[in-house]
Design a protein around this ligand. Structure first.
Ligand code: WT7
Length: 702
């Protein structure tokens, strides 16, 4: 972990940019010769080719990895900043690029290998030919049975099964915009997203295995429909895939004329071929909802041509995917990592992509390595949370299995150098190159990473900007932070790139304010140089040009690599009638990085009780899902507030993390802080920690 030794003098309020950060410079690790010998990207001229003087045309290299129905005439159109347009005039179909075009050479090769959670069920391979058949048949069903056409939106709430990529690719074939909601999100969360996207079809599944149990998943669909209706959106068809054909794993009522088992109607479309619709490069391919600073998740709208080019290019050069590789990304397809690096990127390159249904440690800590051995996986992609979990539960397990990774990825959160080294030495057996890829739902693909055969690795640092990505760190005074200064600031990307989202679905203004207003130099400028992208992450830049990402600088909590908005959790708490005020803060967690902690003030006259705590927990689980479960729900006598009545989340975050609360004498009720401290930390004074950067910053902008 970073060792933070010193804060800059004279800073009254700690702003990210004013904090001097020092940490032990980690030593370089060099890519193994065996890896370099076979890598896709070994020519150092890539740096020159993707340098600013060749921007934006450099991205032709990525677009040329794809098969276009019509070549584009303008690589980048900047006429309506910051709504950049890529490969304008081009026409392309994502489903064709991920399936049809591979048939000539690879029809008998596995596109997907599905690994069911129960070890009694053998892995199932889906060849490119079989994928082609399934995608076509399902596309025919979507078109003819559901009446869907290009531009329509469909919400998909499914677990990790091959039917999920089949569904996505069938949508893409028709130009239908899919919105996949993570299967672990609740019915309510799904319903809100279905309403926002204006979906009239919901695609779900009866059930799936998780931690040894069959989960009733379809029950969520009934709730989702109710919520969507309340929000003014009628969903009139629910397509239900079944985990075991002909058997129903869900106890939820089957609504005639509305619910349909896919396996019952799909035979009507047997053998049908649906021509892929040539889509404008700028046509939306999908929406992916993510948390931000407001109570309502935003639908990141991703374009077809730019997005697919970017994920194909980065999968080839950074993931080093060759068609003969067995590639396993352990993320869930319901998150952006899964979209880009389980489905679209790998399949665009004719890779074999592994899908695992269940929990990595089920039934024991050796499961992941048994899968790797059995399938002979050679590229492995996961998050620091999973690595920490596997390290804790089975430190020596990997050595027991005969698998060999050439390449491994870590993504989603900062990784502690010692955890990185375990990943390298024990999981990778010292043979694999590692990339630490930094990016976000909004970005489509990687923004910072080492180039695996060209750059040395540095534990805990993501690395330099990707080819064609020019990051910089800005301080609060709009000044760039120089490399090697040790100062933390806000990481920005100076330029547009093909994978960046188009807009927030239905909310152009929020797109501009959220990502561009902070550092825009001139609102009327049509020059992209005036529109740096604000990522809302703190970072430090070392002299070697490597970025070390410190974490979010807004009120988003990164729980196990998944984004949760504190405001979303607070809104859920406020649905409990006894609750007058709610404040949610991030707390450091050994495995998950951060977890939420909830503070509650009750309506006047009410007594704190376990029953209320239970209600709050239940509300969070119902409104969002189990992943948002707080560490604790603390009912406090009063919230620390400023004299103008602002709730001081910063103070609560400091208490939850045993950090210094800073000056509290100016609060309206400073005495309440000690009362709350006792509730949180106990009567005895605890040793105070300096705390990580994101927590120091948390709540300071309110
Ligand atoms: C946030 C984005 C798209 C990746 C999956 C998460 C954090 C992401 C790293 C990394 C340190 C990272 C950032 C970012 N993050 N990758 N390699 N090192 N932090 O996507 O849910 O949109 O979350 O994840 O804080 O802003 P997401």
């Amino acid at each position: 972990m970073a060792e933070i030794l010193e804060r800059s003098k004279g800073a009254v309020e700690t702003s990210e940019a004013q904090i001097a950060v020092h940490w032990r410079e980690e030593e370089y690790y060099y890519p193994p010769a065996k890896f370099v010998g076979q890598a896709n990207l070994t020519d150092p001229s890539v740096i020159e080719r993707f340098s600013e003087k060749n921007f934006p045309e450099c991205f032709r290299e990525y677009a040329d990895l794809l098969s276009w129905d019509q070549y584009w005439h303008t690589t980048l159109d900047t006429s309506d900043p910051p709504f950049w347009k890529w490969f304008v005039g081009g026409k392309i179909n994502a489903s064709y690029n991920c399936v049809d075009r591979h048939l000539a050479k690879y029809k008998n090769k596995a596109a997907l290998i599905f690994v069911p959670e129960p070890e009694s069920e053998a892995p199932v391979s889906v060849t490119y030919r079989e994928l082609y058949v399934r995608v076509n048949e399902f596309a025919a069903l979507l078109r003819d049975f559901c009446g869907l056409k290009s531009g329509d939106r469909v919400t998909i709430h499914m677990p990790m099964v091959p039917e999920l990529p089949v569904t996505m690719l069938a949508c893409a074939r028709l130009g239908v915009i899919h919105s996949v909601v993570f299967g672990g999100f609740s019915g309510e969360a799904c319903g809100m997203r279905a309403a926002d996207s204006g979906s009239r079809v919901l695609i779900t599944m009866d059930g799936y295995y998780r931690n040894g149990k069959m989960i009733d998943h379809k029950a969520g669909a009934d709730i989702a429909l109710e919520i969507a209706k309340k929000e003014g959106q009628a969903v009139d068809k629910v397509l239900v895939w079944r985990r075991h054909l002909g058997k129903n794993a869900s106890a939820s009522p089957f609504v005639k004329e509305r619910d349909f088992f896919v396996d019952e109607i799909l035979p009507n479309y047997s053998g049908e071929i649906v021509p892929p619709v040539p889509m404008d490069a700028e046509a939306p391919l999908f929406l992916m909802y993510t948390s931000g600073s407001t109570g309502k998740p935003k639908g990141c709208q991703h374009r077809t041509g730019g997005y697919l080019s970017y994920v194909a290019g980065t999968s080839k050069y950074i993931q080093d995917i060759h068609p003969e590789d067995v590639y396993w990304c352990m993320a869930d397809i319901g998150w952006i990592t899964g979209h880009s690096y389980i489905v679209y990127g790998p399949l665009a390159l004719a890779a074999t992509s592994v899908l695992y249904e269940g929990v990595p440690t089920y039934p024991d800590a050796g499961r992941v390595w048994r899968i790797a051995e059995r399938l002979d996986v050679n590229i492995f992609h996961t998050s620091p949370t999973a690595i920490r979990m596997l390290r804790k539960s089975g430190h020596d397990e990997p050595a027991k299995y005969n698998y060999h990774f050439k390449h491994m990825t870590t993504v989603g959160e900062p990784i502690e150098p010692e955890v990185w080294r375990w990943y390298h030495d024990v999981v990778g057996k010292g043979e694999a190159v590692i990339v630490d890829t930094w990016w976000q739902t909004e970005n489509g693909g990687f923004l910072c990473s080492t180039k695996p055969a060209l750059d040395p690795m540095k534990p805990g640092s993501a690395g330099p900007g990707m080819p064609g990505i020019y990051p910089l760190i800005m301080d609060e005074n709009n000044e760039p932070v120089t490399a090697g200064s040790g100062k933390a600031g806000n990481i920005c990307i100076r330029n547009p790139w093909p994978g960046i989202m188009q807009t927030i679905w239905g909310d152009r203004d929020r797109f501009v304010t959220q990502y561009y207003s902070k550092y825009c130099k001139n609102r009327s400028s049509k020059d992209w140089h005036d529109w740096p992208y604000f990522a809302a992450d703190g970072a430090v830049l070392a002299v070697d040009g490597y970025f070390r990402i410190l974490g979010r600088v807004d009120d988003v909590i990164n729980v196990a690599g998944h984004r949760l908005g504190t405001k979303e959790i607070e809104s859920a708490c406020l649905t409990v009638s006894e609750v007058a005020e709610a404040a949610v803060v991030p707390v450091v967690d050994e495995i998950k990085g951060r977890v939420p902690e909830v503070y509650i003030a009750l309506q006047p006259g009410l007594q704190a009780s376990q029953a209320i705590v239970d209600k709050v927990n239940k509300a969070i689980e119902t409104m969002i899902g189990k992943i948002a479960r707080p560490r604790r729900v603390l009912i406090v006598p009063d919230m620390p507030k400023t004299r103008s009545g602002k709730l001081m989340r910063r103070v609560l975050a400091a208490l939850s993390n045993n950090m210094n609360t800073g000056d509290i004498t100016t609060l309206a009720n400073p005495d309440v802080v000690e009362k709350v401290r006792e509730m949180v930390q106990g009567k005895e004074a605890v040793a105070l920690a300096d705390g990580p950067e994101d927590l120091k910053k948390f709540g300071t902008e309110e």
